[in-house]
Every structure is written in C-alpha cells, then in structure tokens.
Design a protein around this ligand. Structure first.
Ligand code: ADP
Ligand code: ADP
Length: 217
C-alpha cells in the first residue's frame, strides 16, 4: 500500500502480512512513515493505493470503528469527569453491548491490568502509569482483532517507560491479541517484538525477528 500527501509519496510499497497473535513493531527515524502506515491500517487515513485486509476481510472502504481494531495513542485523553470504570466502559456503552456484559469485560480487563482497586477513582487521582493502564483497558474491553499502538510510551520518564514496556508485553502474553506497535526507540522494538519492521524514507528496509536484525553501517 502507499500514501501520498499532495503529490508527495510519504509511504510506498508497504507489503506486510501479520499473523494472528503476532506482536509486530514498526521502527525507524522520525518522518519515515510509521505513523502514516499505522493510521492507514486503523482507517484514520485514506490509502492512496493498495489494499488492507484484516482477517479475511478487505477493509479499505470500512470506517475505523468497523475494522475491529483498537488504537492506543501517546496522549489518550481520559474523560476527567468519569471514573476509571466509566472511562473503560464508555466506548462499549455507545454500542449495543448489554450492561452486564460491559461490566464483565471491564472487570476482566481491570484484572488483567491489575487496576481492580482503582475502578471508582477519577483520572486525576491516578499516576501516569495507572492512566496508561486505563487507556489500555479501554482498548482491551472492546475485544478487538488487533491493537495498534502509536508511540504509547514516549511521554513517560525512563523508569515508567521500562515498567510500561513489560506491562504491555505481559498483557499481550495474556490476551494474545495481534499487536502492531510504532516506536522510534530501537530498544523498545527489540524487547517487545516477535518481528521488527525497520522503516526508512517511507519504505520497509528489513523485516526480521529481533535476534536476526542486521544493522547498517
Ligand atoms: P513517522 O511516524 O515515522 O514519524 P509519519 O508517518 O508521521 O512518520 O510521516 C511520514 C511522512 O509524511 C513525513 O515526511 C511527514 O512529514 C509526512 N506527513 C505526515 N502527515 C502528513 C500530513 N497530514 N500532510 C502532509 N504530510 C504529512
Ligand atoms: P506520576 O504521578 O506517576 O508522576 P503524573 O500523572 O504526574 O505521573 O504524570 C507524569 C508525566 O507523565 C506528566 O508529564 C504527564 O503529562 C505524563 N502522563 C501522565 N499520564 C500519561 C499518559 N497516560 N500518557 C502519556 N503521558 C502521560
């Protein structure tokens, strides 16, 4: 697939197949097209040419909310006036999910994320790491086919970043949901990925498991 911005090709020839349950990290310097690629998969950005399929469904013409994927952003705003429970339930409560099912899913996600004791709190009474977990909880309760992360840790300090990195890995091991994760941080890519996709200048430069990556001089 490819993406042009006003006649300028930002991303080209991305040809990538991701297995069910796989954790794939797109890594590369700022401006290389990681975020654009992720946003095309999410349906937040029109694709200029090519095709995107999720499972056995081609999704090019489907709006973001019908693609069965959840995106976790760097600066996800939690609703300040809602409790943690309500923040996590919010997306589902707009849909047709029955109330007891919403409750079950929120409690299940809270258990996975170890935030069961925080469900009644407001976001302002949470630490940075706890907010990050709530944001992940919002994605988990939707039971998506895939999670997409766009630099979720880049605003956190080093200690919290390391902590959340293992948290994300742990959650992936528990729920097994296919994950596509964007970062400019090579250490993050190496620690998290089953497969690393190295991008440069809008193209894929190499795709390999972390231990098989070669580095350019
Ligand atoms: P990365 O996520 O790797 O930092 P991006 O996908 O954000 O890279 O950007 C890839 C290229 O596309 C860059 O050259 C960027 O300037 C350009 N670009 C991104 N978004 C837009 C936009 N909305 N309009 C025009 N150019 C854009
Ligand atoms: P702590 O209480 O753990 O020090 P704070 O809530 O004071 O955490 O936030 C510390 C820093 O992390 C602040 O700069 C804040 O903007 C940032 N931050 C907090 N929550 C998030 C989040 N969910 N995503 C990204 N950055 C966050």
């Amino acid at each position: 697939m490819a993406k042009d911005y006003g006649g300028v090709r930002a991303v080209h020839g991305i040809d990538l197949e991701i297995a069910d349950g796989e954790f794939v990290v797109l890594v590369g310097p700022s401006g290389c097209g990681k975020s654009t690629t992720l946003r095309m998969i999410a349906g937040l950005e029109d694709i200029s040419s090519g095709r995107i399929s999720i499972g056995d469904r081609e999704v090019n013409d489907l709006p973001a909310r019908e693609r069965g994927i959840s995106m976790v952003f760097q600066n996800y705003a939690l609703y300040p006036h809602l409790s943690v429970f309500e923040n996590m339930a919010f997306g589902l409560s707009l849909g047709r999910t029955p109330k007891d099912e919403i409750e079950r899913r929120v409690r299940e996600a809270a258990r996975i994320l170890d935030i069961e004791g925080l469900l009644e709190r407001k976001p302002r009474a949470l630490s940075g790491g706890q907010r990050q977990r709530v944001a992940m909880g919002r994605a988990i309760v939707r039971h998506p086919q895939a999670f997409l992360f766009d630099e979720p840790l880049s605003n956190l300090d080093a200690e919290l970043r390391t902590q959340m990195r293992s948290e994300i890995k742990r959650v992936h091991q528990r729920v097994g949901t296919t994950t596509i994760y964007v970062t400019h941080d090579q250490v993050e890519a190496m620690t998290l990925a089953d497969r690393v996709v190295v991008m440069r200048d809008g193209r894929i430069e190499q795709v390999a498991p972390p231990q098989e990556l070669y580095s350019h001089p």
